[in-house]
Design a protein. Structure first.
Length: 368
């Protein structure tokens, strides 16, 4: 028995729970989850809900033609989102609010801060934030792709204590339980490594877009921010009772003892790189201590197109990821300077702009 003490939690509810028959929203499983939310709030725990299922909820309103076009899926999401919000709102005697996000919103620092402010303001006024990816307008370049990782980004933005990912699985097993009768549920994970990812396999729900791998990715994002993470079976009523009793009914991932600072975590796990700067393979300077040591003569190649302020990846020519940082130069200008490092004009540009990347805007990555 564990003594869970939460002030703020994020719940991620999968599509299989929202629309198990893919025939619109169903209260079959959602009522139990709603009751859990009510009970948490009654104990003074703030709750944020990340709810998948808009496409599954709206699919019954359209022809069953397959394969479905992207435009058709977006239309399903638009219709299903209102149905899903109406379903959730029906369960509560307190107000809820809809927040639709794209990765473009989360990876932009100014918009990210705006999202944080909105969530905190809603919670301060006793309003339940219900968050989903904005499938109606998102594109391949702007989408997170699955709500497991979205829920981890939201948990980080909201400074949550715990992230609970509810799906149709009991938790993480040492092997695929659908294929192996001797598969064993792992109740506690201290560290997420390659062995843990290997256990994830590639099983997915027939309704959702994420599998066990995306849940592990989400757990890695959240735990590095100091957020305790659970993978739980949302189909079982006893799951919710055991959580409120302080028991672990699934798999719990322990948070880092020394979590990343908020800005570094955002740069590492939420901001996506818009380009890459390739440096010499023997480059091993401590960028977090003095990023000015990254000089144009150490740059081998500039990949992609990025602007000043975009996040870039610094990578060695052997493939090692060194750091993610805010670009102080556009890709065009950086290419010019790297190719003409000895010219007087390039030196003048550097003197006027400053370092290629700044110490306060960098997240050093663990070397593989």
């Amino acid at each position: 028995m564990q003594n869970f003490k939460w002030q703020r939690i994020v719940l991620k509810v999968g599509s299989a729970l929202i629309a198990p028959e893919q025939n619109g929203c169903s209260s079959r499983y959602l009522l139990t989850i709603a009751q859990f939310i009510v009970r948490c709030r009654a104990q003074g725990i703030e709750v944020i809900l990340v709810s998948s299922g808009s496409v599954a909820a709206g699919s019954h309103l359209f022809p069953e033609d397959k394969p479905r076009s992207v435009a058709l899926k977006k239309a399903m999401a638009a219709a299903g989102q209102t149905e899903m919000m109406a379903m959730w709102d029906r369960f509560f005697d307190f107000p809820s609010a809809q927040i639709l996000l794209t990765h473009g919103d989360l990876r932009d620092r100014e918009r990210y801060e705006s999202i944080r402010e909105t969530i905190f303001t809603l919670l301060d006024h006793g309003i339940l934030p219900i968050i989903n990816e904005n499938d109606t307008v998102t594109t391949d370049d702007l989408k997170v792709g699955d709500n497991d990782n979205l829920s981890a980004m939201v948990a980080g933005a909201a400074d949550a204590d715990a992230l609970m990912i509810f799906s149709d699985v009991d938790g993480l097993f040492d092997k695929n339980p659908n294929l192996h009768t001797d598969a064993v549920l792992l109740p506690e994970i201290d560290e997420i490594n390659e062995d843990i990812y290997a256990m994830a396999g590639c099983a997915t729900s027939a309704v959702g877009t994420g599998g066990m791998k995306t849940k592990i990715e989400a757990a890695e994002k959240a735990t590095s921010h100091g957020i305790t993470t659970f993978i739980l079976n949302g189909f079982k009523e006893q799951t919710f009772n055991r959580l409120l009793e302080g028991d672990n009914p699934g798999t719990i991932f322990k948070p880092y003892e020394k979590p990343m600072q908020e800005a570094i975590h955002w740069r590492t796990h939420t901001a996506s790189e818009q380009g890459e700067v390739i440096v010499e393979g023997n480059f091993n300077q401590p960028l977090d201590e003095n990023s000015e040591q990254l000089n144009p003569n150490e740059i081998i190649e500039v990949r992609g197109e990025f602007s000043v302020g975009d996040t870039i990846l610094v990578r060695s020519d052997d493939g090692t990821k060194i750091a993610k940082a805010k670009a102080n130069y556009s890709s065009c200008l950086l290419n010019f300077i790297a190719e003409n490092e000895s010219s007087e004009f390039s030196e003048e540009v550097q003197d006027s702009i400053g370092p290629i990347i700044s110490d306060e805007d960098i997240a050093v990555l663990e070397k593989s």
